[in-house]
Design a protein around this ligand. Structure first.
Ligand code: GLU
Length: 431
């Protein structure tokens, strides 16, 4: 008889890097699904840890003439269903364990929406707000050269994440293409449209979040019109979903970013706010609003709470205060496992990150397909294909949730881990 996995997911065998360790969180989520699926130990072990993790140190000369070294990472959690896929973030708080968590979440995310990618993630420890455009360009090119053997259109395909954007992707494409001797746009996604990027990619994570929210409203038999929304984070993801929920008739009553936050019970116009942020760099002091902090925002009486910033913001210290009926996870890993249990008890409907925010990587997939074919889709085609993929994923997850009486997150993990496990079982690598 086959030896089966029996894991106590409350005691993962890794040492946390900090008091909040995203990799530990990701393992606990994976292990619940592994237990449910009763995975063979060789599959469980193979999927638990990343396939590859690399740390690099790159040096550039700053504008002031001083040399500075930066530490970067690239983690490939899985290449079982296809090339590793996932963003690169620039952040002072980046760490290897954070990348490991984010890379594994990419594996599960790509599997939930059933696109032929594995999962990867990269980061450079830096404060992007303190670096000039010229310094960021040099840093990006050096980092790309340092990981050039790992990446490639059929190996590992980076994309934007926190504090990286289409310009960063263009620099990566340039540095990588230099090593090949020809332009290879398919090595990254999220590029400028005039360089092989896809129409609709910039807003794609917000677009996908909205598709999932629309389906959730149908499932819950509610309308979005008039619903009160609070948003943590107003970067690419937060601002895109803000515009869409506003258009659907929701009232955005609070928004925070890394500098502070704003509250207005009567509603905040996200289009005017986005213009204000372009000018001032932050949502703080937006006219006709009162200041608010993250913890107060999380506890606000509202219908939909959208965490669209960093990991771990909804945790055991504030989860019981959540009054929203729906949490739409725009960020990766915004809710800790302990918080999840409290939210489940309180019957908060959580639309989990690996499903809800998969619109970004879904359009990345369409971008990659277009680049490989050198044949480009209209924006309508991109939107239609994204809608079909995201809505299918939503109902696939709902089916598992209702059949097995598990949470939406557990159902998404069960679907994802099962898809990757099936591929691995068929390949037979590791048995
Ligand atoms: N950084 C985004 C995410 O976390 C997009 C990744 C991609 O497009 O590869 O989903």
């Amino acid at each position: 008889m086959k030896e089966k996995t029996k894991i106590d997911y409350t005691k993962p065998d890794i040492t946390p890097e900090k008091s909040f360790d995203p990799f530990l969180e990701s393992l606990m989520q994976f292990e619940k699904a592994a237990n449910f699926l009763d995975l063979e130990p060789w599959i469980y072990k193979r999927l638990k840890y990343p396939e590859r993790e690399i740390t690099v140190h790159v040096t550039i000369t700053l504008d002031n003439g001083h040399a500075e070294s930066f530490t970067g990472f690239r983690v490939q959690h899985s290449t079982i269903r296809g090339p590793a896929k996932g963003g690169i973030r620039y952040s002072p708080d980046a760490s290897l364990n954070e990348c490991k968590a984010l890379a594994s979440w990419m594996t599960w995310k790509c599997a939930v929406v059933n696109i032929p990618f594995g999962g990867g993630k990269g980061a450079v420890i830096c404060n992007p707000l303190k670096l000039s455009e010229n310094e960021l360009r040099k840093l990006t090119k050096e980092y790309t050269l340092a990981i050039r053997d790992l990446i490639g259109p059929f190996k590992d395909i980076p994309a934007p994440d926190m504090f990286t954007n289409e310009q960063t992707m263009a620099w990566i494409a340039e540095a990588y293409s230099q090593t090949q001797g020809y332009l290879e746009p398919a090595v990254v996604t999220g590029k400028p449209v005039y360089l092989g990027g896809s129409l609709g990619r910039k807003e794609a994570t917000g677009t996908g979040l909205f598709f999932v929210l629309e389906e959730a409203a149908k499932y819950l038999k509610i309308t979005l019109e008039g619903k009160k929304v609070a948003i943590l984070g107003f970067g690419n993801v937060g601002s895109s979903i803000a515009k869409l929920v506003h258009k659907a008739g929701c009232r955005i009553i609070a928004v925070t970013d890394m500098f502070g936050g704003i509250y207005n019970e009567k509603g905040i116009d996200p289009i005017a706010l986005a213009q204000y942020v372009v000018q001032t760099g932050s949502v703080t002091n937006f006219p006709d609003c009162d200041p608010i902090d993250n913890e107060t925002l999380i506890a606000l009486p509202c219908d939909i709470l959208i965490p669209a910033a960093i990991e771990g913001q909804i945790n055991k210290s504030n989860a019981a205060q959540v009054k929203a009926k729906i949490i739409l996870e725009g960020a990766n890993g915004p809710t800790t496992t302990e918080a999840d249990e409290i939210l489940n008890e309180n019957q908060v409907f959580v639309l989990p990150d690996i499903l809800a925010n998969a619109g970004g990587v879904t359009v990345s997939y369409l971008e990659w397909v277009q680049d490989l074919q050198r044949y480009f889709f209209s924006e309508e085609e991109v939107l239609k294909k994204t809608e079909t993929i995201m809505k299918q994923a939503f109902w696939d997850v709902v089916k598992i949730m209702t059949e097995n009486k598990v949470s939406m997150r557990e159902a998404a993990y069960i679907l994802a881990v099962d898809r990757v496990a099936q591929a691995l079982r068929a390949l037979g690598r590791g048995v």
